[in-house]
Design a protein around this ligand. Structure first.
Ligand code: 6PG
Length: 272
């Protein structure tokens, strides 16, 4: 397998890894997640991983749930959090936690008490709004004793991210009001410009500035345009939220199809 990796941190850029196809990108993302979880456990005895929704994580969960990665991580020391969720039934197709619960959790030994899905199902059962679920989630994060950065945001060890066609990540869309509210988790009105048109709960975007290792994954030709914009001229992340993780310390894992508009100095600098 041919892999191209940039060494662009000294230029204020993330590490960008370009793989031949989506399968290879997912396998690499899974290996990076497993390695970062193990590093966190070795350093602090516990690992805090926030995962995402959408279609990107499924193949990554499958790789993590299969040898050798299944045996490579002290899963009983891992806490799983979610970056965001849709305000919809947890067992339905819109849920961001469903794939993880189906594909990964049955195959690794993460204690139930360390699986922190957003309490969307509970809110729906109780007739409570998305803001209620968001407030409970912020409390859960505080109770999880995740270390804080100087700005007061939790330092998650690994954050897996998919990228929306509009440049959103988490459920932080272009022009999002989440920036102006310091709450760690917030309700987000249903977006009208992108599907699914349902209310969301999301972590605060600044949690990505605090994270030890944000891993953004994008593959397929459909992601080429947005990847090209993200790695084009820099602008305010409030307009293009994915720019939050165009930073040293973050890793972007792309396939060739998603990377076609990447500037030549990224992702093609060296072979690894
Ligand atoms: C959501 C997500 C969102 C997602 C991107 C990419 O609830 O929709 O958490 O941020 O990661 O939209 O989605 P895909 O992985 O399906 O491309």
């Amino acid at each position: 397998m041919t892999t191209a990796t940039s060494t662009a941190a000294d230029q204020g850029e993330p590490e960008v890894v370009v793989l031949p196809d989506g399968e290879a990108a997912s396998a690499t993302a899974a290996r990076r997640i497993a390695a970062a979880l193990s590093t966190a456990v070795a350093a602090r005895g516990v690992a805090h991983w926030a995962t995402t929704g959408g279609s990107t994580p499924g193949p990554i969960y499958r790789a993590l749930a299969t040898s050798p990665l299944r045996e490579a991580v002290a899963w009983d020391r891992v806490h799983v959090w979610w970056t965001d969720d849709r305000f919809a039934a947890p067992d339905g197709p819109l849920s961001n936690s469903r794939d993880c619960r189906a594909l990964l959790l049955p195959n690794v030994s993460i204690p139930d008490a360390q699986v922190h899905a957003m309490p969307v199902g509970e809110a729906l059962e109780r007739g409570q709004p998305a803001a209620w679920a968001a407030a409970r989630y912020a409390e859960a994060l505080r109770a999880g004793a995740v270390p804080l950065n100087p700005a007061g945001f939790p330092i998650l060890d690994v954050v897996l991210l998919g990228i929306g066609g509009d440049g959103h990540l988490l459920s932080v869309f272009p022009g999002s009001a989440t920036w102006d509210d310091p709450a760690w988790a917030q309700a987000v009105p249903a977006p009208t410009h992108i599907e699914p048109h349902v209310e969301r709960v999301t972590l605060h975007p600044r949690i990505l500035e605090a994270a030890r290792l944000p891993i953004a994954v994008a593959h397929g030709a459909g992601k080429a345009g947005i990847v090209g914009r993200i790695f084009g001229e820099r602008r305010d992340p409030r307009e293009l939220p994915a720019l939050l993780v165009r930073r040293p310390g973050a890793v972007w894992i792309l396939d060739e199809a998603a990377a076609v508009l990447l500037p030549p100095y990224l992702g093609r600098a060296s072979m690894a």
